[in-house]
Design a binder for this molecule. Structure first.
Ligand SMILES: O=P(O)(O)OC[C@H]1O[C@H](OP(=O)(O)OP(=O)(O)O)[C@H](O)[C@@H]1O
Ligand SMILES: O=c1cc[nH]c(=O)[nH]1
Length: 258
């Protein structure tokens, strides 16, 4: 009996692959010592032998996790988090973005920051504090929920609408839509439509902490923290101290063995 057929009889065959001398050939290799010395007649003995082969491998060979195990098992894929902006870098980026916003608007008292739920709302609160520090006066801040205006609910799944909070009328305001990530651009398109239903702002701008590419619409941020080229399978996470207990921007990779 060839060794490859032994490994097929292991209790969790999909987890195991033999790395040395396991290729089935026309001339099967000799049985491993453990197996040939104690031919398994009873099922108990068979199980004992399988167990030992599973744990330690046959003598002179080694086993590793099968690269194909994800096809057979329900365990989540391995994930990997890479830091894009540290806490200090994020702080500097926020200060830069706030300065750029103040440089762009004619009158900072007409500013209104509207965050897009959920992370964009938290980010807009942090930015509003920074803008208040720099400008020396209060900054109107709220939230605009785009859920009812989305054209991609099939893609992203059913969403619970979040609250829209407008601190004042949007008429005559210089509105900055704030989001943590811009990806396809569909969230921003829907947010623009939602905003339009509340009135006619004098000007609408977009601030995104991370532009990760893959746009499906001609929408670009006016203010951007960092452009991060990504794969579609990756995600970007903005972490804020107030809500997450840590601060920074991270790229989360889903690594699947090929
Ligand atoms: O450009 P898009 O392809 O529309 O993607 C970007 C949007 O996706 C994320 O929000 P998400 O809907 O995942 O909710 P979250 O803010 O709660 O993470 C992110 O905060 C943006 O709003
Ligand atoms: O990378 C992404 C894409 C959409 N939403 C996120 O929060 N991150």
């Amino acid at each position: 009996m060839a060794l490859c057929s032994l490994s097929l009889r292991c209790p969790q065959p999909s987890r195991m692959v033999r790395t040395t001398g396991a290729t089935p050939t026309s001339r099967p290799e000799p049985l491993p010592l453990l197996w040939s010395t104690y031919p398994p007649r009873s099922s108990v003995l068979k199980d004992f032998c399988r167990f030992n082969l599973t744990l330690h491998g046959a003598p002179g060979s080694s086993f590793q996790r099968s690269p194909h195990r994800h096809r057979f098992m329900t365990e989540p894929p391995d994930t990997d988090r890479v830091e894009i902006l540290s806490e200090r870098e994020l702080g500097r980026t926020l200060a830069r973005l706030a300065t750029q916003v103040l440089e762009t608007v004619d009158d900072s008292r007409t500013l209104m920051l509207l965050g897009i739920p959920t992370r964009g709302v938290q980010l807009s609160k942090v930015l509003a504090r920074e803008l208040e520090r720099l400008s020396g006066h209060a900054i109107a801040q709220g939230a605009i929920d785009p859920t009812f205006h989305r054209d991609d609910l099939e893609r992203i799944g059913t969403r619970l609408p979040q609250i829209t909070t407008l601190p004042n009328s949007v008429e005559g305001r210089q509105v900055v839509l704030v989001d943590d990530v811009i990806f396809t651009g569909r969230t921003v398109r829907a947010a623009l439509e939602a905003l339009q239903s509340w009135g006619r702002a004098q000007r609408v701008m977009l601030l995104a902490m991370v532009d990760r590419g893959h746009r499906e619409l001609p929408i670009q941020p006016d203010f951007c923290g960092r452009v991060v080229p990504t794969r579609r399978s990756e995600t970007i996470e903005l972490r804020l101290r107030d809500v997450d207990g840590e601060e920074g921007v991270f790229l989360r990779r889903i690594t699947r063995p090929s």
